[in-house]
Design a protein around this ligand. Structure first.
Ligand SMILES: Nc1ccn([C@@H]2O[C@H](COP(=O)(O)OP(=O)(O)OP(=O)(O)O)[C@@H](O)[C@H]2O)c(=O)n1
Ligand SMILES: C[C@](O)(CO)[C@H](O)COP(=O)(O)O
Length: 375
């Protein structure tokens, strides 16, 4: 069963004001639409993304450097027309239709909607109305409205693709949202719990609220430390790079001490044990293993948990080999394995002033930190 996300970003954001449509404005350094895209991009159960933008914004959208999994489509004058254009480009069994303007979406809502779709034809997140409701006119309360059974609708709203596509084609313009379209087509819609953080940026003050929410993001740092002793050999593996040297490092795997420290740093940030727990040295299948397998596993575990690996820093401690001119190749190798930009990866080296076991060139030590962020 495959799943696509249609992210509608073709509105003009008139209520939010400002000189750019709200989804193209920046929040703490990144545009609203980039933040929304990143949430779906990082979700392990989303196989493809269709981003729907206004014709006037096509250049901005192309400048995002969209991932190969994302397709760009031009939207319409109404939200429902934009959704229909997005649905035409979907090639998946199920579809999640989401407002770009809801960039604080917690990834677990995606799981809830997809979980409900296993048994329901449609599912959407919502929050029960908790305030009293009034009717009013001319600045005065004119009556009371029963709030029981009332919900505040959110997105992503999830459907089986063929059914919602047919429903939209039959409906025509004027739908408040995709649940309205589904109901008009006779589909049952399951409600799953929404989240206050998943509010839609609509009014000017919502930008300040979104900034506050971002400041409250879950940020975790893990550290890792590893040592391997020198033995016979003509090279060492350091951070994924084969460095010629008069001696080799000993170990059960390829003894890539830098990669091991970084793998442990990620496990540490996840509070998920250490490399020995996931890849026991007693297990013969890891004998001589390429350490990229370990690092890829830790990075995958982070991604599956909805975490973004925003920074990794490795320090190698050795007198020799000299690491400096290999550092950029090491950064590139680590970045590739972790699936992040090379600018987010640092590799540096120091000696221990000929003191201790590294100073006596008995082995190499490595320290690493990894930073994970989850909205
Ligand atoms: N023709 C439209 C209108 C809206 N949307 C998208 O639908 C989402 C929810 O709509 P809303 O908050 O109403 O956005 P705008 O229409 O941009 O806002 P406004 O009504 O204030 O102009 C937004 O991500 C918006 O970009 C869209 O793709 N195409
Ligand atoms: C789809 C929606 O986000 C559900 O709450 C909403 O209906 C679209 O935005 P609008 O503010 O109602 O135009």
């Amino acid at each position: 069963m495959t799943t696509a996300a249609v992210i509608v970003a073709a509105g003009r954001g008139l209520r939010a004001g400002g000189c750019l449509p709200k989804q193209w404005r920046r929040l703490a350094g990144r545009t609203v639409v980039e933040r929304t895209l990143a949430i779906f991009d990082a979700h392990p159960r989303v196989d493809g993304i269709v981003l729907v933008v206004a014709e006037d914004d096509l250049d901005r959208a192309r400048a995002l450097g969209l991932d190969r999994r994302a397709t760009l489509v031009t939207g319409g004058a109404e939200r429902s027309a934009s959704v229909l254009a997005g649905l035409a480009a979907v090639d998946a069994d199920r579809v999640l239709i989401h407002d770009a303007a809801r960039c604080g979406l917690p990834p677990e809502i995606i799981d809830r909607v997809l979980g409900a779709l296993d048994t329901a034809p449609a599912a959407a997140p919502a929050l029960a109305v908790t305030d009293a409701l009034w009717t009013g006119a001319d600045g005065k309360v004119t009556g009371l409205q029963d709030r029981s059974g009332l919900w505040r609708a959110q997105t992503p709203q999830g459907f089986h693709t063929a059914a919602i596509r047919a429903a939209h084609q039959a409906h025509g313009p004027g739908a408040a949202d995709d649940v309205a379209v589904a109901l008009a087509a006779g589909l049952d819609v399951a409600i799953v719990p929404g989240d206050e953080r998943n509010f839609k940026i609509t009014e000017p003050g919502d930008f300040a609220r979104a900034e506050r929410e971002l400041a409250a993001m879950d940020v975790r740092t893990g550290n890792g430390y590893d040592v391997h002793r020198f033995g016979d050999g003509d090279h060492v593996m350091l951070c994924g790079v084969k460095v010629p040297h008069g001696r080799g490092l000993q170990g059960h795997s390829d003894a890539d001490v830098g990669m091991h420290a970084l793998t442990d740093a990620i496990y540490g940030a996840l509070a998920a044990g250490d490399i020995g727990r996931h890849f026991p040295p007693s297990d013969q299948q890891w004998k001589g293993a390429d350490s990229r397998v370990f690092l890829a596993h830790a990075a995958g575990l982070a991604r599956d948990g909805g975490w973004r690996l925003t920074h990794a820093d490795v320090t190698l401690v050795c007198e020799r080999p000299k690491v400096g001119h290999h550092a950029d190749a090491m950064r590139a190798a680590l970045a590739e394995v972790m699936g992040i930009e090379v600018e987010r990866v640092s590799v540096k080296a120091t000696t221990s002033e000929r003191l201790g076991f590294t100073g006596r060139e008995e082995g190499i030590a490595a320290l690493a930190t990894a930073t994970l962020v989850r909205p």
